[in-house]
Ligand binder design. Sequence first.
Ligand code: PLP
Length: 473
Amino acid sequence: MYSSPDFNFDPRFENPKELAALSRRGFLGRFLGGALAGSALLSLGTKPAHGAEAMNDMGAAAAPDDEKFWKLVTKQFLIRPDIAYMNTGTRGPSPRSVHMAQIDALNRINNDYVSFRRDFYTEEFADAFYAKFANYVGCNPNELALANNTTDGMITGTFGPVLEPGDEILYTNHDHGAGTNPVLNRAHRDKLNVGIIDLSDPKLHPPDSPDELLKAFEAAITPKTKLLSFCHTNYTDGLFMPVKEICEMARSRGVITLVDGAQPPGMVKLDMHDLGCDMYAGPSHKWMLASMQSGFFYVKEDMFDRIEPVISTTPYAGKDMYGNDLSTNERFLERMASAGKYTRRGSSSYPKWVSVNAALDFHNHLTPEGIEARIRYLATKLANGLRNIDGVEVFASEDPRLHAGLVPFRIKGVPTRDLNTKLWEDYNIYIRSVTHMAVNWDANRASMHIMVTAAEVDKILGAVAEISKSVNG
Ligand SMILES: Cc1ncc(COP(=O)(O)O)c(C=O)c1O
């Protein structure tokens, strides 16, 4: 049923010496779970992403510092080998299996526009996909809505809660516009108050402990606060908020929580139920490495009644556009009893969901824990290396509770944009900077995902040392 001549072919992994080398080093058995060895190894990039069968026989990733293993993983990416791509915090390039799954889906659709829906993107596929996705983020399938990106979920999560004029929405001044703009728009429209949690103190970049952040949140909540919108990981400094503790505290004060999860999915293992937030918006196009314009919106099941699907095309007040009562319509009832009611309706892109499905397979194959460990290893290597360079300030915390894959830093005397340009033009290294003058924030930011090799970390360290020396002596 599912075959594509191109999809099952990746000559880079047909090199028997490479396979033999891996085998000799003894982790083939562990990695592959036994017999399949040659053909299954690297089915990461060669097997169809449809259905769990593609990855069933394989186990976890190797140790985070096993360069040989991770080098093979980097070969799964289509990024040109001369480029060191370090900006997954903005957009994540897909590995081959994910890329090809999407292309293959597009090919199939444009081939006849009928059989794709009949044979492939079926109800069975969708059910399995939701179950897999929900399992990946740690929630029930009915708590998961598909979204176009983080912003999409933040809009629904901000406009959805039932609030009264005079109620307050609280957010932090390190939040992204995807969170703050919907808050300001809703506050204006519905005559709500807005409160800001001030995280601009340099002592908070990084703080000594997660407690300091919790205290800043706690101190800002007032009796009028009804909705708290904040980032799981700040896009500015890569700082992780103590989401679980913040949500527990907010809940005890009757405050609904909406988490901007633009950065963690695909970077660290997630568990919505453990985090305890009411809503969480995340992308699949960054660290999850799936198609552009894909993501998810989680709503805790016991919040379905308190969060309206206002920005959606779900029938209003239980009636269709002709006023017909839908209270016995099974499909309508099913949707209203799930986060599906928060999904915006209308035609979507099947290929992008096929790519997310393939991305979930890719992550599950290497395991979220294995990927997180490698990301942390690379980020620690980079942050420690930068700390040793004269003239460089590093804002990443050394506490793993506060930091994972984004490494913010600055070279004294070098404008952040100039550094991005220099690294790109002279060294083929791609990073970005984040400038947010309202909170006096201006730093370069490197993303450490699994397409980065340890050699590339050494390369950026060498480049930064050279540039810093040329300015700071
Ligand atoms: C913290 C944060 N929120 C929201 C966004 C917007 O994400 P998306 O493009 O998925 O809407 C970003 C993007 O970089 C981000 O870092």
